[in-house]
Design a protein around this ligand. Structure first.
Ligand code: NAD
Length: 323
């Protein structure tokens, strides 16, 4: 099974359904990547912060060696972590990440969060995480998003990334980027599910020709494994009565309904699972359409409920920007 693609403003085609790599443990990651490619996934969504890029590279290398896929058929996405926003740090860390993946370019490289943190040398700790001391101290860097974006553009000029984009940006950060970008962001990756529909931001991105990738399509489910309180108390989307009714109506699973709700709007999705049968199920999120009544029903499920906020993972009294 193959995913349809969408044309990015960079001219490259990106699969609309990819495979997410957050919280994939190091011991299973190479096999998971290999199995995802075998199942038909061509987009792999990684990041320095996921701490598993070396194992992702091993999975990719094995899949290529076994003839499952060629490098040029894959669409490899990675992300710049906040401690590498300083202009002179962007290229070296990208080269390290490419080496981990065993490839010489990323199809798409994203700014993970629009926040610069003080540099932590990879020999001290890698991935560095949010805290300067690895425990609780948050140290900002003075580098601006404009400076970092300039360095991201340098990656395209050097052939290290084919497309560049942003993640966890809101409207004002995006508008600002568009003022100075010589290369416009190709994609915007944001948390998006029926409890957090991001209607205005999606409209803005579409208007500006930026493709939106929706992450955490299943809402609380992906955060329960992190033992997060507001995820544990939220009603699971896959067990929501309306979503279950739609699944029965279209003869699909609730997960497929949630993914289709996004892809039908032209949004890309990047679900993750370790189970090959579920990999196939999630990839099959294009073969039916939710009707208007069902789309209206989901529109009413908006709660403005965001799970992926750093302050939900740890307490820090200077992270109110994510409030
Ligand atoms: P997810 O969509 O991967 O959902 C995760 C949970 O749903 C897992 O527990 C999985 O086992 C379960 N699941 C998956 N398919 C299922 C199915 N068909 N039926 C039942 N259960 C199913 O959520 P996520 O991990 O939050 O996000 C997905 C990807 O998005 C990540 O892997 C990562 O690549 C990306 N992401 C990016 C950011 C960012 O800041 N840019 C943040 C979060 C996630």
């Amino acid at each position: 099974m193959a995913s349809p693609t969408v044309k990015l403003n960079s001219g490259y085609d990106m699969p609309l359904c990819g495979f997410g790599l957050w919280k994939v443990s190091n011991d299973t990651c190479a096999d998971t990547v290999y199995n995802a490619i075998k199942a038909g996934y061509r987009l792999l969504d990684g990041a320095c912060d996921y701490g598993n890029e070396k194992e992702c590279g091993e999975g990719v290398a094995r899949a290529i060696k076994d003839g499952l896929v060629k490098r040029e058929e894959l669409f490899i996405v990675s992300k710049l972590w906040q401690t590498f926003h300083d202009v002179d740090k962007v290229e070296p860390i990208t080269r390290r990440q490419l080496a981990d993946w065993q490839v010489d370019y990323f199809d798409l490289f994203l700014i993970h969060f629009p926040v610069a943190l003080e540099y932590v040398d990879p020999s001290v700790r890698y991935p560095p995480g949010w805290h300067y001391d690895g425990e609780k101290e948050i140290r900002w860097s003075k580098t601006t998003n404009q400076e970092t974006w300039g360095a991201m553009e340098g990656l395209v000029e050097k052939g290290l990334a084919r497309s560049i984009g942003v993640s966890n940006y809101q409207a004002q950060t995006l508008y600002d980027t568009l003022k100075y970008a010589k290369i416009r962001p190709a994609t915007l990756q944001i948390e998006l599910h029926p409890y957090l529909q991001q209607v205005e931001l999606v409209k803005l991105a579409k208007h500006e020709g930026i493709v939106v990738t929706a992450y955490s399509s299943f809402g609380p489910t992906g955060f329960i494994e992190l033992d997060m309180d507001n995820a544990k108390t939220a009603a699971p989307l896959m067990e929501h009565e309306a979503i279950k009714a739609m699944a029965a109506k279209y003869n699909k699973t609730p997960a497929q309904v949630l993914l289709r709700w996004a892809t039908q709007q032209g949004l890309a999705v990047i679900p993750k699972t370790g189970r090959p049968a579920v990999m196939l199920q999630n990839l099959d999120c294009f073969s039916f359409d939710l009707d208007e009544e069902d789309n209206k029903r989901i529109a009413k499920m908006e709660l403005n409920l965001k799970f992926n906020k750093p302050t939900n993972y740890f307490s820090a009294d200077n992270l109110w920007i994510f409030g």
